[in-house]
Design a binder for this molecule. Sequence first.
Ligand code: LLP
Length: 417
Amino acid sequence: MSIEEWHYQDGQLFCEDAELTRIAYSHGTPTYVYSKSRVIRNFRAYAGALKGLPHRILYSVKANSSLGILDLLAREGAGFDIVSGGELYRVLAAGGDPSKIVFAGVGKTVAEIRFALEKGIHSFNCESEAEVGLISRAALALNRTASIAIRVNPDVDAATHPYISTGLRMHKFGVDIAVAAELYHRAAQMPGILAEGVSCHIGSQMLKIEPLLEAADRVLALVAQLRSQGYPIRHLDVGGGLGVAYEPDERGPAIQSFIERLKPRLAGLDLTLMLEPGRSVVADAGILLTRVLLLKQNGAKRFVVVDAAMNDLIRPVLYDAYHEITPVQEPSGKSSLVDVVGPICESGDFFARDRELSEVKAGDLLAIRTAGAYGFSLSSNYNSRPRPCELLVDGKDVYLLRHRETYEDLVRGELLP
Ligand code: LLP
């Protein structure tokens, strides 16, 4: 199989050795298609580069929480970064090891904290003194000790979209790094709490690694300070955030070079490095396969109306995100400027605006690229649209990870008064 999992062969787009036209024929559209080999390759880029350093790779479940993807990563030895009881349930259902789970998030409920303690997760990343108090009480009630890290806010600008930037003082996340030491002091006095980690996460889709390295330097200085004050800090979690190339001329930072820059900073520190990558593991492993319903023209504007919509992939309208759109039939050369839109009753229901796209006709298939992260996991049933099915391609084999929803699924759990 080609190292490039998405490629044309005899004029047809393939995922690994599976032809997307055939996939659409047997499973319908819209459909999420993931390449197993690409997920594994991305994960192993982290694992390989981290060899020789005590570490744990905590795949960030929110990026793509399908059981089939979690299962794949659990088999690769991944740990998991979760943000809800639901994500914990998913990881356990997929066979994930609870002792490799870190629970993050600014607002955990008591029920979620108890669930996590009962399952024996590795640790909590805490974002406030109030939260540490809740965990302390829950741990006492269950007669457990909870390992925690304080998520500090290193005040580094991630230089990414404002909705996915998290590391500045103005954001709701974390504890100001300048006052974090005080919180470690108070946590040390709370029963049932063992504060043995420091964590941070400054944002997502970062195309430059410098902000990540600067944040790491700032939290490493805090680790040194805390250790000198006698706190037993054993792990450092630098979060996720490595970006990927969405646009043809964009280049995501190479996972290996990021790790190579990080490694010397940790040499000899006897500190376990934790990373929480999400997007960089799954984004380029997935596409949203969709069929052209019809073409229409309004004045000078040309629209390609497809059967996928913003409920299936909301990134374009939510973050002004660019996703490449590739015809499944290899383009012949002629192209024109179009908007690619879905059937939903919102002007925000688009995948591309004023995009140069090779000429397509009703019935043609399109691949909306780099949709493996924050695609299905952000999908909804808006406009009462059943959500797509999800498939995993392994060589020429195609596995159904999730059935396409039915109309019955849409009303499941609803009652008449
Ligand atoms: N750790 C924490 C604490 C996070 O908040 C996130 C993402 C990650 C790790 C994983 O970050 P990644 O490696 O995927 O960049 N829906 C948005 C992205 C939201 C990211 C939220 N936090 C999008 O579609 O671009």
